[in-house]
Each structure stands twice: as C-alpha cells, then as structure tokens.
Design a protein around this ligand. Sequence first.
Ligand code: VGL
Ligand code: ZN
Length: 236
Amino acid sequence: MESAESTIADGAKRSEVPRKTALLLVDIQHDFLPPDGSLAVPDGDKILPLVYRILDEAHAQFDLIVASMDCTYHPVHHVSFASTHGKEPFTAIKVPRLNSDEKITQMLWPDHCVQGTKGCEIHPEVQQRLDKLPNVQYIRKGDNVHVDAYSAFADNQYTLFTPLAKLLHSSGISHVVICGLATDYCVRATAIDARKFGFTTKVLTDAIRAVDPAKSDEVLSELVNWGCILAQSTDV
Ligand code: VGL
Ligand code: ZN
C-alpha cells in the first residue's frame, strides 16, 4: 500500500502509480495438511503459525488477500485421482489433451479436496482469520473433471482461466506475495503464472512445503529463473 513519490532532477515531485500488493494463500486446505489430510504435504502444517502471523500482524500491508482452493468436482471422478483410473497414487499416466489427440502426462493423486467435503475446507484457524478481514477473495480451481489445475490462475492446459488475473489487474495490483501448499505443484504453477501475467512475485520460502521435499531447491531455482523473488515470511 505504499504510495511512492520520487524526486526528479529539477527537484519537482513526481507521483508514481501507487504500488498495490496481494497476498496469495495457495490451497491451505484440510486434505493437504498433516496429520490426516488425504494428500498431506510433509510438514505442511509447519507453515500454519507463519500464515497466522501474517494474517494477524501483517494483513494491513495487503490491498487484497486471495485464498485459492483446489476444489475437485464431485461426484464424477476427477482425472487427477488414481481411483478414477484404478491405479496407485503418486504414479503418472498419459491422458488426452482436451480437444486433441495429443497425450499429456498426468500425476495421479489420492482423492482430495472433493467439493463439499471437509477435505476441501481451508484450515479452520486460517479460515477464522480470513473471516475477520476485509478484501478477502476465494479462487476455486480444479472443477473441470477432465483437466487438472495446479495454478490459481488457470488449468494445467490453459484451457480454463480462473478469475484471478482479472481480479488482480482490475484491483490495480502489481505485486503478489505467495505462500501455501505445495511448493512443487500448486505454489510453483501459481508463481510461474503470476510472472507470466506480469506481476512482481515474491515467494515466502519458509511458508511453503513440497509434496516431494527433495525437489524443493530445484523448484526454487526454477522460480528464480522465472523472475520470482525469494523471501521469508518475516520480511512481510
Ligand atoms: C496440489 C497435487 C494435487 C497442490 C493439488 O495444492 O499443490 N498438489 N493437487
Ligand atoms: Zn489437486
């Protein structure tokens, strides 16, 4: 929410476009959290106190707070569920690209975040805090049964876009700060899309966790190559 003024050579003040920042909380939902989420991200619950602190103490720094939710379609079985294909979770298969003969790789997951179930709900202590704040918006993704959606901006094939890019642009947001789950899937895809849409993008590395922790460093360097800024939750 900083409004910047800079001094130009002749000493006159020139006002700049105010910088507006959104906080993106990625998929902080029951099913991604230990101890009993169906797709619990290792140590995913360790981010919770950091998220509480941001929402309790630093929320005023954000012009908009967006909580994304993986919201897989019920009752038809989602393409990303191992159970849909009679396969084991955490294996990959080839599925057809939408409207195409081309095959693409789809990771298979345990059933998770099915709409209308507890698994889909945002962690209650995060939700309680969001309920008290103004300027909170929710972005639901993954409701196309045929195409998985990691990014909060679009599905994995860029066939369907959520309202997020439009929401941010129409709110005058130029900067986004990202935390949540999981580093190697939904945080990664959301951060890369944020860069593609032109947002200055900060990723809070202590407030994210990976499905495969061995991949974290590689993902973070990939995000740096996309122009993301790595920061700590205490920096906000
Ligand atoms: C996610 C795997 C499947 C995530 C969502 O939120 O990172 N990962 N669906
Ligand atoms: Zn999912």
